[in-house]
Design a protein around this ligand. Structure first.
Ligand SMILES: CC(C)(COP(=O)(O)OP(=O)(O)OC[C@H]1O[C@@H](n2cnc3c(N)ncnc32)[C@H](O[C@H]2O[C@H](COP(=O)(O)OP(=O)(O)OP(=O)(O)O)[C@@H](O)[C@H]2O)[C@@H]1O)[C@@H](O)C(=O)NCCC(=O)NCCS
Ligand SMILES: Nc1ncnc2[nH]cnc12
Length: 287
């Protein structure tokens, strides 16, 4: 259906919006409760971070959940990016209040927020499109037209190193989330349906190998990014989580990233987003 000629506005089913927001929240929790993720915060330790722990992430995830519901509603009424931005900025303020000023989930608010809006849009207009395709088709041009913020860590390194970062990933419809993250989760689950944490670790490693993560560039420059990507590729080509001893190898990689102060925050967001689209497509029949 052409969404510009859609019938008069219908209110989204409240339960759909709540289920989607709760799913986004649960995926953030599943992400942080995954170990070993190199350099990242988990229930085991705080990785390369001094100012946050698992409890900071749990508080942050609860604080931002209501905004995912609003973003679903905004997508359902085909709102412009400026409206999504207003809700996203309010979510960032709620996150900072809950964490005493620590940036836990800015990238996740952006990515999961747009995907929640896409879930609302596709529930109303065209459920055959993936959430990523919806983001690209409906809001992609507006995202591209938004100037790069030169004051954020991500914005600065995007300008310095000529990478696209979180903005371009979104404008392109989150190809890495769908082609790498979701694909890795699905193949890991097929290979070993009961090893749920191992599937998340494998997904995180595949994303580290593929993403030009602006957090890695911010903390380690090009050398840090390359080291992280090569370490993740070596982990995967040595059999990843499908061979005995994988946890020891992943834990050693975690210790190496901590020693180098590297943190792939963009890949962590990508893991939460991959878990989210997997969940949404599985729930699809209910919507
Ligand atoms: C357009 C925005 C995404 C702004 O992005 P920008 O690049 O300008 O700025 P950042 O906020 O610095 O970066 C965005 C975060 O996205 C994650 N990320 C990194 N690389 C990628 C990638 N290649 N693809 C996708 N996502 C990526 C990453 O998030 C994680 O890191 C955060 C911690 O970062 P930081 O504070 O820098 O971390 P530290 O290393 O600890 O810093 P120091 O202590 O050294 O200072 C954490 O939140 C993770 O989630 C990047 O950081 C967008 O945010 C925006 O415009 N928002 C406005 C609201 C809006 O329009 N919303 C729309 C609908 S919701
Ligand atoms: N688990 C995690 N550790 C550090 N940064 C993150 N950004 C998103 N999730 C993260």
């Amino acid at each position: 259906m052409n969404f510009l000629s859609a019938p008069p506005l219908a209110q989204p089913e409240l339960s759909e919006a709540k289920i989607v927001a709760q799913s986004a929240h649960d995926c953030l929790i599943d992400e942080v409760m995954t170990w070993p993720k190199p350099g990242l915060v988990s229930h085991v330790d705080s990785g390369s971070h001094q100012d946050m722990s698992v409890s900071t992430f749990i508080k942050s995830a609860s604080a931002i959940e209501p905004f995912f519901e609003s973003l679903y509603g905004a997508g359902h009424r085909n709102a412009a990016l400026s409206e999504l931005r207003r809700i996203g900025l309010a979510a960032e303020r709620a996150m900072l209040e809950a964490t005493n000023g620590v940036n836990t989930h800015r990238g996740a608010i952006w990515g999961l927020g747009l995907l929640c809006a896409a879930a609302g849009w596709r529930a109303r207009y065209d459920a055959t499109m993936s959430c990523g395709e919806v983001v690209r088709t409906v809001w992609g041009d507006a995202i591209r037209a938004t100037p790069v913020v030169t004051t954020s860590n991500g914005g600065r390194v995007c300008t310095q190193y000529g990478v696209g970062g979180a903005r371009l990933e979104a404008a392109n419809g989150f190809p890495v989330v769908h082609k790498i993250g979701l694909a890795t989760l699905r193949s890991s689950r097929r290979a070993n349906p009961t090893h749920t944490e191992a599937a998340r670790v494998q997904c995180c490693m595949a994303l580290i190998a593929a993403v030009d993560d602006t957090n890695l560039l911010h903390r380690g420059g090009v050398e840090g990014l390359r080291h992280a990507q090569e370490s993740a590729r070596a982990f995967l080509s040595d059999g990843g989580v499908n061979v005995p001893g994988w946890k020891i190898r992943a834990a050693a990689m975690h210790a190496d990233f901590v020693a180098r102060n590297l943190s792939p925050g963009g890949a962590a967001d990508g893991l939460a987003m991959s878990l989210f689209v997997e969940k949404i497509y599985a729930l699809n029949e209910r919507f």
